[in-house]
Structures are given as structure tokens and as C-alpha cells.
Design a protein around this ligand. Sequence first.
Ligand code: 13P
Length: 340
Amino acid sequence: MDKALLSKTAAAMVARGKGVLAADESSGTCEKRFKSVGAECTEESRRSYRGLLFTTPGVEQFLSGVILFDETLRQKTDDGVPFPDYMAKKGILPGIKVDKGAMDLALCPGEKVTEGLDGLRARLADYFKLGARFAKWRAVITIGDGIPTAACIEANAHALARYAALCQEASIVPMIEPEVLLDGGHTVERCEEVTEAALRATYAAMASQQVSVEHLILKTSMVVSGKDCARQAGVDEVAERTLRVLKSTVPAKQPGIVFLSGGQSDEAATAHLNAMASMPGLPWPLTFSYSRALQNPALKTWRGQAANAAAAQKAFHHRARMNGLAAQGKWQAALEKQAA
Ligand code: 13P
């Protein structure tokens, strides 16, 4: 466990004005997203699309890291440079999704537990050699009638902590992601309650597994109204509720917090981050680690056609720049200046 390296990596992940691109969609998720824009989903088309994102000119100004899927960590640019080497040269940290996905949790209908601990120590050693300096593990918490159960919250927190300990042992910074899903008709109050319970359990598990909170990054969902709830909380309310939960659960000595977009619109994800990052006196840097909210316009522009690559890169660069501004609380002001 190289603590100096862990500290350096964690600080770089949340460097001012930069955030993390999540490009670690499983092949199944890629299939769905590619299909939605009429693109074929093959190993080569996934390489080509992701290569387009990574090689976007100037995007390194806004990206501290990229989370890769196992397949992508082993792929190369059009010029034959392995993706992790290409990123490292641009000052972007390669990261790796190491969980094996959320599976049905036994005896808990409608709930999931994330798997992937078996053999993880060996996989992490391999990933480190391939250049990965941080990792991701996503736990999924669903809100519904009578759920989440304590069983689900605890099982996921325990797995997150076992994963985080293995990462730190391997000198890889663990990004711990307990995601409370947006799906459902629940209120924003209920989302706040569940997010708080999930984070509390997560940090209790970290302590019991001896994980050092100085050497990890939290990736969290924001406190928002369920997608089908009649009352949708506004930007300021989301920011206030999210920060209230984070301040009461996340240790101040943790190096940083990143957000997932979780199905929010591109602009809402940017506006929420901007509102939170504008608050003075936060104990940790906040930034983005979006997949959909960074990639949507690029994917829709690309549509599987090489001829659209440059336009897709432009769309991606724009969202990365907007979120880079939002992470500094400067997005709103920049928009107003542009409109003036
Ligand atoms: P979204 O931003 O699309 O939610 O994806 C982020 C992520 O990595 C989820 O695990």
C-alpha cells in the first residue's frame, strides 16, 4: 500500500475545474445506448466511439480521469497506443470498473447486491500493471414500497468496504459508489432519508474494515425527487438537501466527492453541480463523474458514423467544459455572460 501514491491520485482526481468521465458501461448497457442512436455495438465500434471521446482535442483541461471497462483498458487508439498510456501522457488518470454488476439479493425481492469480490485481489494487481490508478464499484439502492431494507443497505455497504480495502492494499484509489436510484414516484424527502442511511452504513463499514477515508473518493447520487414524483425539487433544494446529507455523513478529511448523473438531463446535472460547488466553506472539493450527462450529445451526434466523429468530439468538449465550470461554481455566471 503506497499511501503517497494514493494521496496523489485522489487529489488529482478532484483537481480544480476537472472531473471524471465514466466510460465504463458494460457491453450490455453499450448495446442499449448504441441501439438508441442506430449504431452497431461491436468490440470495434465500442473502441472507436470511446477512442473518439478520449482523443477529443483539449478535453484534458476538464478531465482528471476516465473510468474504463475491462475491455477498454486493453484497447488502443487508432494510432495503436494503448488507451491507458495515451491518457497518462495527456495527464488523465485511467480508472477501472471492477465490480461484476448488481445481482438480485436473496430473500429481498426488488433489491440488488453488487458482486465481484472473488478474485479481486489478483485482478487489481493486473489492473495496476495495465496503468489503472483508481477503481469504481457501484452499489444500487432502490426506493419502493418497504424498500430499501436494512439487509440491502448493509450487504452493499459491506461489499463496498471489502472492495475499498483491497483497492487500497493494491495502491489503487477506490471510488465508492452507493447509488440511490432516481426511478420511482418517491419524494425528495424520502430520497434524502435513504441517501443518508446508505451513506451512514457505507462509512460505518469502511471503519469496520479499516479502510482509510483519506484515501478514497465518494461517488454519490444527488438528493432528487423520484422520476415519477409529482413534485420535482428545484435546483437550490437539490443542492441544499444533498449538501446537508453529505455534511452529516462524509468525514471532512476525505479528499473529495464526485457525483453521478443517474438519468438527470444534461443541463440539470450541470446546474445541480454548479449550485453545490458555489457554496462557500465546504470541507471537500466536489466535481462530476458523469456518463450520460457528459456523453449524451456526443453519442447522438456520432450515431455510429466515422464522418460524424469531429462533430461528436465538439459536443463532448462542450459538456466537459460546462461541467468543468460547474465544478468551480462558475457555470451560471458564464452562461449569463454569454447571453449578455
Ligand atoms: P451516469 O452519470 O450516467 O449515472 O453514470 C455514472 C456512473 O458511472 C454510474 O455508475
